[in-house]
Design a binder for this molecule. Structure first.
Ligand code: 13P
Length: 239
């Protein structure tokens, strides 16, 4: 169960969040990851040091170092104590020209650096209405994961029309695409496809978590808005 804070919370707010939330979070049998902004990573790592909550970044560059103004490398994330990294979120694809090709380079670099990549895919409303969801998601997976076969991969299916809109995909819609993704991974990654974790993301909240998690091919969730609030404790502790 992963929380993506996007561009929210200062360092001070990050420390306060963990002070308030950590006592309530029960990680027993669940992997919990929080992805704050780069600046808050160190505070988040420190705050969660004695717990099972892990920290992830929201992006990284694929090069070691060099003239890439404004970017952060895998080595820098590792040094800060980060264990996960979200790659190819739809907001990065839409607003910052992230492509399947750059996602592919980042995923390779993350794995080499022993960071667990959470690779995001998902169609927009227009594509869904035109019946292009499966073709589009297949292309995203094939290109983003070209040359990669690794059981550490995490793939997040986040239909763009369900992100931040309050419109959650029904569990049937979410499962249908996650099952399809498992099949595409099976063609690509053979036996690893059963070990690769597939997450659903898009307006996940404390009321729909249980039903989503009951789906066969949904192994976890990537939570945006609701991960900023006390709701996240309820989501993590869902029964
Ligand atoms: P919301 O949960 O706010 O819809 O965001 C989902 C998301 O983009 C997580 O990466």
């Amino acid at each position: 169960i992963a929380g993506n804070w996007k561009m929210n919370k200062t360092c001070q707010q990050t420390r306060q969040y963990f002070e308030e939330m950590l006592p309530g979070i029960d990680c027993e049998g669940r992997d919990v990851v929080i992805c704050p902004t780069y600046l808050s990573l160190k505070d988040a790592v420190e705050a969660t040091a004695k717990t099972n909550v892990k920290i992830g970044a929201q992006n990284m560059h694929y090069e070691e170092s060099g003239a890439f103004t404004g970017e952060v490398s895998a080595e820098m994330l590792k040094e800060a104590g980060v264990q996960f990294v979200i790659i190819g979120h739809s907001e990065r694809r839409t607003y910052y020209a992230e492509t399947n090709e750059s996602v592919n380079k980042k995923v390779k670099k993350a794995l080499l650096s022993e960071l667990t990549p959470i690779v995001c895919v998902g169609e927009n409303l227009d594509q869904r209405q035109k019946g292009e969801t499966f073709d589009f998601v297949r292309e995203q997976i094939e290109k983003s994961l070209e040359g990669i076969n690794d059981e550490r991969l995490v793939v997040a299916y986040e239909p763009i029309w369900a992100i931040g809109t309050g419109v959650t995909a029904t569990s049937e819609q979410a499962e249908e695409v996650c099952e399809f993704i498992r099949g595409v991974l099976g063609e690509k990654c053979k036996e690893n496809s059963e070990k690769i974790r597939i997450l659903y993301g898009g307006s996940v909240n404390a009321s729909n978590i249980k039903e989503l998690m009951s789906c066969k091919d949904i192994d976890g969730v990537l939570v945006g808005g609701a991960s900023l609030k006390s709701d996240f404790v309820k989501i993590v502790n869902y029964e």
